[in-house]
Design a protein around this ligand. Structure first.
Ligand SMILES: [Zn+2]
Length: 156
């Protein structure tokens, strides 16, 4: 349910595990064992996790920006992407800067011509650059920052 949010948090540099296949008991066990924080929109899971002493946040926000704002407020997350610590949104590995010449045959010619900075995921091989989509990413984060200034609606 929180796949999009997972990708955002990874880009922001957080180590995020995501699964649709684990049941509630498994989620609670893993969260405890790996000392993670459980994020969920499932009220029943939230209550179970709380009862078992797991660090859990019940996300109420409807949009990504609302959810990001909830997280930023609760955990003091900085809503800025730092490529030095950013993680691959697909697989959670830290991306690494890669010299431009090494991506020549991995990206479109026009992308190669236009951009000079590239990052590669050492795990899945995905190449990243701050292309046209980057504006939208910044805008979303700015909106999320604005949302953190609104009074909280999270009563739990
Ligand atoms: Zn990856």
């Amino acid at each position: 349910m929180l796949g999009k949010l997972t990708r955002w948090l990874r880009m922001l540099g957080y180590n995020v595990k995501y699964s649709n296949e684990l049941d509630d008991a498994q989620l609670i066990t893993i969260t405890k064992k790996e000392r993670r924080i459980l994020l969920t929109r499932d009220l029943e899971l939230y209550q179970q996790a709380t009862a078992k002493g797991v660090d859990v946040l019940y996300l109420e926000g409807k949009t990504e920006t609302e959810k990001l704002a909830e997280l930023a407020k609760r955990f003091n997350i900085k809503l800025d992407i730092d490529m030095a610590t950013s993680r691959c949104p697909k697989c959670n590995a830290r991306v690494k800067k890669i010299p431009k010449e090494k991506v020549a045959d991995k990206v479109e010619k026009s992308t190669f011509a236009y951009y000079n900075e590239f990052w590669e995921c050492p795990r899945c091989g995905q190449i990243y650059w701050q292309g046209a989509h980057w504006k939208r990413i910044r805008k979303t984060l700015e909106t999320a920052k604005e949302n953190t200034k609104k009074p909280s609606q999270n009563k739990k």
